[in-house]
Design a protein around this ligand. Structure first.
Ligand SMILES: Cc1cc2nc3c(=O)[nH]c(=O)nc-3n(C[C@H](O)[C@H](O)[C@H](O)COP(=O)(O)OP(=O)(O)OC[C@H]3O[C@@H](n4cnc5c(N)ncnc54)[C@H](O)[C@@H]3O)c2cc1C
Length: 467
C-alpha cells in the first residue's frame, strides 16, 4: 500500500491545481514544496510579484492619467523601492494564505522540503534542516517549474547584475539599466522601469522582439517604449559585463560599451529537474531541463505525469493550471476534455498586449484570406474618459465564413478584453454576433462592435464591386 494515491512535486499553478483536482476526485494527495516557496515561481518570484509591481508603478507614477492631467502628473514624486515592495509583499502574503487554505480545505498534505526520486514510486523529502523522510505514491505529478538561466561567464551579485528573481530584491531604483533579452519577462520589466524614469537599454540578439505577436502591435509597443526613453539594440550580442564601484559596463560584440547602474539578464529559463534524481524513476530531461510528455501529460513512465513550465512551451501560469487539472483527471482515471487548442497570450508590458488565434503574418504564410476590422480606443467614449489614446483592437475575420481568425488587443485592459473574442471563437461564433450585440456604453468592450462593423464594411465593399 502506497502512502498516497497521488504525490505532487512543486506548488506552482500546475502542482496546486493537480493536487486540488485529484483531492476533489477522492484521491489521497500530498504536495512537496519548500516552506518559503508556497505558490511556486508564480506567487513568489514571477507572475504575481511582477504584476503587482506593475500595478504599483502605474498607480504611483500616475502614468495612465497623464493624457488627462498633463505629462508632469505624478501621484508620488519620489517613488522608492519600499513603496513598490510594500504592495508586492502584501499581495504575495495574501495569495500564500489563500493557497494554504485551499490545500488544507481539500485535505492535501503539505510536505515541506525538496523531493527527489529513490525509485519510480518513492520520493525522498529533505526539509533543508537535515530532516529526511520517504513517501510512496501510486501516481506522481512533477510540477517543479524553472529557474532563470544564468550564463556561466556572468558574475551575478543580486544588486548590480541581476535576473528576474533578484530584481525583486533591488535596494534602489536604478537611474540606468540594461535588459539583456527582449523576451516577455525582459520587456515587461523594461517597461516598468522605464515608467519609473529609469533610462533603459534593451539588448537582443535577434532583429525582432515578441515575433509571435502581431507586427503592428509590437511596433506600437516599441513606439510607446521609445517615448519612455527606452533604447533598443537589436542584432547585438553581449560579450562581457564588468562591475565597477559605481556601476557596470556592458560590452557588445559590435564593440559598443554601455554604462548602467544595473544589468538585468533575462536570457531564458532552465527546468528544475537537476535535483530530482530522475534516473531513479527511469526518466530523463533534455539539456534545458525539460521533461517530455504526451497529450495526457504522461511521461515515458506510465504512472508519472509532468505539467507546467518543466514541460516547456508555453510556460505560462494560465496554461500550467489547466495542465495540472487535466493531468490529475488522467491520473485518477476520470474522463476529461483535451486541452483547448485556443490559448490566449497576455503580455503585461506598459501598455499591455493580448491576443488569441492567428496573426496576420501566420495567415498570410498559410494562404488563408482574411479581412481586418480595427477599433481605436480614442474613438470610443470610454477611451476618452480613461485617457487611453493609443489603444487598439484588431479583429482578423474570414471573408469566407465570417468566423474570427484572430483577436489582437493593445492598450488598457487588453488582457481582459481578449476573452470576449476567445469566447466567440471558442463557441464557433462569427462577427455577425458582435455586429448584432449591444455592449454596455461607455466601455472598451464596445471596441468589438466597432471593429466588427469595420470588417463588415470592408467585406461589403468587395461584394458591392463584384456582385
Ligand atoms: C517574472 C515572471 C513573470 C511572469 N508573468 C506571467 C504572467 O503574467 N502570466 C502568466 O500566465 N505567466 C507568467 N509567468 C510564468 C509563470 O510564472 C509560470 O508559467 C508558472 O509559475 C509555472 O508554474 P509551474 O506549475 O510550472 O510551477 P512554478 O510556479 O515554476 O513553481 C515550481 C515550484 O516547484 C518547486 N520545486 C522545484 N523543485 C522541487 C523539488 N525537487 N521538490 C519539490 N518542489 C520543487 C519550486 O520550489 C517551485 O516553487 C511569469 C514568470 C516570470 C518568471
Amino acid at each position: 500500500m502506497a502512502d498516497y494515491d497521488l504525490l505532487v512535486l512543486g506548488s506552482g499553478p500546475g502542482g496546486q491545481k493537480a493536487a486540488i483536482a485529484a483531492a476533489k476526485l477522492g484521491a489521497s494527495v500530498a504536495l512537496i514544496e519548500r516552506r518559503n516557496m508556497i505558490g511556486g515561481v508564480c506567487i513568489q518570484t514571477g507572475t504575481i510579484p511582477s504584476k503587482t509591481l506593475r500595478e504599483a508603478v502605474l498607480y504611483l507614477t500616475g502614468m495612465s492619467q497623464r493624457d488627462l492631467y498633463g505629462q508632469s502628473y505624478r501621484v508620488k514624486e519620489d517613488i522608492t523601492i519600499g513603496d513598490l515592495t510594500a504592495r508586492t509583499s502584501h499581495v504575495v502574503g495574501r495569495e500564500v494564505d489563500v493557497i494554504r487554505s485551499q490545500l488544507s480545505r481539500n485535505g492535501v498534505a503539505l510536505l515541506p522540503g525538496m523531493g527527489k526520486f529513490l525509485d519510480p514510486h518513492t520520493v525522498q523529502v529533505s526539509d533543508g534542516s537535515g530532516q529526511e523522510r520517504k513517501v510512496t505514491a501510486d501516481k506522481i505529478v512533477i510540477a517543479t517549474g524553472t529557474r532563470p538561466a544564468r550564463p556561466d561567464t556572468v558574475d551575478f551579485d543580486e544588486q548590480t547584475i541581476i535576473d528576474s528573481d533578484s530584481i525583486l530584491g533591488l535596494e534602489k531604483i536604478p537611474r540606468t539599466m540594461i535588459v539583456v533579452g527582449a523576451g516577455v519577462i525582459g520587456i515587461e520589466y523594461a517597461s516598468m522601469f522605464a515608467a519609473l524614469g529609469t533610462k533603459v537599454t534593451v539588448i537582443e540578439q535577434r532583429m525582432r522582439m515578441l515575433d509571435f505577436c502581431d507586427t503592428e502591435v509590437v511596433e506600437a509597443l516599441k513606439y510607446q517604449l521609445r517615448d519612455l526613453a527606452v533604447t533598443f539594440r537589436f542584432g547585438e550580442t553581449v560579450t562581457a559585463v564588468e562591475r565597477y564601484a559605481r556601476g557596470t559596463v556592458t560590452t557588445l560584440a559590435s564593440g559598443k560599451k554601455i554604462p548602467a547602474d544595473t544589468v538585468m539578464y533575462s536570457a531564458g529559463r532552465q527546468g528544475m529537474t537537476d535535483n530530482l534524481n530522475l534516473e531513479a524513476a527511469g526518466l530523463t530531461a533534455d539539456k534545458r531541463g525539460r521533461i517530455t510528455v504526451d497529450s495526457s501529460f504522461r511521461t515515458s513512465v506510465e504512472h508519472i505525469y509532468a505539467v507546467g513550465d518543466v514541460i516547456g512551451f508555453p510556460a505560462l501560469a494560465a496554461t500550467s493550471m489547466e495542465q495540472g487539472r487535466l493531468a490529475a483527471h488522467h491520473a485518477c482515471g476520470e474522463p476529461v476534455h483535451e486541452m483547448h487548442a485556443l490559448q490566449p497570450i497576455g503580455i503585461y508590458t506598459i501598455p499591455e498586449i493580448s491576443y488569441i488565434g492567428r496573426t496576420e503574418d501566420e495567415l498570410t504564410e498559410q494562404r488563408v484570406p482574411f479581412e481586418v476590422g480595427v477599433s481605436r480606443y480614442r474613438e470610443l467614449a470610454r477611451g476618452q474618459i480613461i485617457g487611453d489614446s493609443y489603444g487598439v483592437l484588431k479583429l482578423l475575420v474570414s471573408p469566407e465564413d465570417r468566423s474570427l481568425l484572430g483577436v489582437h488587443v493593445f492598450g488598457t485592459n487588453a488582457t481582459e478584453l481578449v476573452h470576449i473574442g476567445q469566447a466567440v471563437m471558442g463557441c464557433g461564433g462569427t462577427i455577425d454576433y458582435l455586429v448584432d450585440t449591444v455592449f454596455n456604453y461607455p466601455t472598451l468592450a464596445e471596441s468589438y462592435k466597432v471593429a466588427a462593423l469595420d470588417a463588415t464594411n470592408k467585406m461589403r465593399q468587395i461584394s458591392m464591386l463584384t456582385d
